[in-house]
Design a protein around this ligand. Structure first.
Ligand SMILES: NC(=O)c1ccc[n+]([C@@H]2O[C@H](COP(=O)([O-])OP(=O)(O)OC[C@H]3O[C@@H](n4cnc5c(N)ncnc54)[C@H](O)[C@@H]3O)[C@@H](O)[C@H]2O)c1
Length: 384
């Protein structure tokens, strides 16, 4: 394919599209914003005027019927997924679909079938996979998995006297998420936060553990506070601790991954700490989404900015909101998908990877409802 700019349509121009996808597409020299589609046409028109999209519609078929469109970003509420992707597949259009990829196993199966039969490029918006901090962690973890060692400084109390343990090959991942329900849309409460939000973290758990999930158990509420435990085929475990009653004043997400005597910690996607692996620095830092918000690198920058906001509130009685947003990988995810549409690389989250995380999410919801562990079968996302 030539290096002309790819023509992009956006279907669903709500908060996510207006705040992230549309500005990213408009700012990307390799992309051209061609269509904005929303049921609320004046909203789409306002965004088109601001960001320079040529066409506006309330009917997504107009976008898919345009032969010039290369791919579409689907960022509607969760109600439109299978029907849209199947229509896009018939027209040969690539799709970047916001999470969740679908809301039922049948919908996901229909999407997988349409993508496999048509061969359209598809990317699920599990954008944290493409966050610089996550990519750095995966780089360290992959190298450690390929060449693990017993480092000379590890305290070894006669390990040669004990039998080898199966657990020595396992990975443990802890993902702690601090969120605030007051920031959530009313529609997110209907289906619960597990589907809308935990898909991101279940996808990350799959990425970090790199094994096949076999069982999931959720305790708590599908809406606010929940702990999800996933067991993988080699016994590896991922635990996701989600609070909907935390505060944005504190870092939202902390991931800790242990494997073969090493710890990789990702603090709010702005800092990675690595211990137990030779020749890897203890601390690496990653710029936040708005670098001007932080005056120091890494998590220290977050705390200093939060401290300033809290001191200001105490001093003046102001109600200033603090959001030290990290780079969650949206720009890079879109860029990698554009390369995939050009035939220059794989999708940063393929239909199968997306389905694996989404099916696991649906099973986590089922477990929450039933109050017991639920088995997961890879037949639901692998090719028959
Ligand atoms: N990846 C992330 O970081 C992230 C963050 C927030 C939201 N999201 C996801 O993005 C999606 C949108 O979330 P949001 O917060 O922008 O929601 P929103 O309610 O603000 O916007 C949804 C928009 O979709 C439009 N819409 C609904 N059905 C439509 C249809 N059939 N055709 C055209 N337009 C239609 C609505 O009019 C609305 O403007 C959701 O899937 C959500 O889970 C992703």
């Amino acid at each position: 394919m030539s290096e002309r700019a790819l023509n992009v349509g956006v279907v669903g121009c709500g908060m996510m599209a207006a705040g992230t996808h549309i500005p990213l597409i408009a700012a990307n020299a390799g992309l051209k914003l061609r269509w904005l589609c929303d049921l609320d046409v004046p909203r789409a028109k306002g965004l088109a005027d601001r960001h320079g999209a040529a066409h506006v519609t309330a009917d997504y078929r107009d976008v898919l019927n345009d032969p010039a469109v290369d791919f579409v970003v689907l960022a509607t509420t969760h109600s439109l997924r299978g029907e849209f992707i199947q229509a896009a597949a018939r027209k040969g259009k690539g799709v970047y679909v916001e999470k969740p990829m679908g809301s039922t196993p049948a919908e996901i199966a229909g999407i997988l079938k349409a993508v496999r039969q048509s061969g359209i490029p598809l990317c699920v918006g599990h954008n944290r996979r493409s966050a610089p901090a996550v990519r750095a962690a995966m780089d360290v973890l992959d190298r450690w998995r390929a060449h693990p060692q017993i480092v000379p400084w590890r305290l070894d109390r006669n390990s040669h006297l004990r039998p080898p343990l199966a657990e020595e090959e396992q990975t443990l991942a802890l993902l702690r998420v601090n969120d605030d329900i007051l920031t959530w849309k009313p529609w997110a409460f209907g289906e619960g936060i597990i589907l809308g939000e935990m898909t991101h973290f279940l996808d990350l758990a799959n990425l970090f553990v790199a094994r096949v999930p076999r069982r999931v158990m959720t305790m708590g509420s599908a809406t606010t506070n929940a702990t999800i435990l996933v067991q993988y085929d080699d016994g590896s475990l991922a635990t996701i601790v989600q609070s909907g009653l935390g505060t944005l004043d504190y870092p939202k997400e902390l991931f800790e991954i242990t494997h073969k005597g090493a710890m990789i910690a990702l603090d709010h996607l702005v800092e990675m700490r690595v211990m137990g692996i030779p020749n890897v620095p203890f601390r690496s830092t990653f710029p936040p989404r708005e670098p001007r918000d932080f005056d120091a690198p890494g998590i220290e920058g977050f705390y200093r900015a939060a401290e300033r906001t809290i001191a200001e509130r105490l001093k003046t009685g102001s109600n200033e909101l603090f959001i030290g947003m990290p780079d969650k990988g949206h720009a890079r995810h879109l860029d990698l998908f554009a390369r995939c549409v050009r035939g220059e690389g794989p999708s940063p989250c393929s239909a199968e990877e997306g389905a694996k995380a989404t099916i696991l999410t649906l099973k986590a919801m089922e477990s929450c409802k039933l109050g017991r562990p639920v088995d997961v079968s890879e037949g639901e996302w692998l090719a028959e």
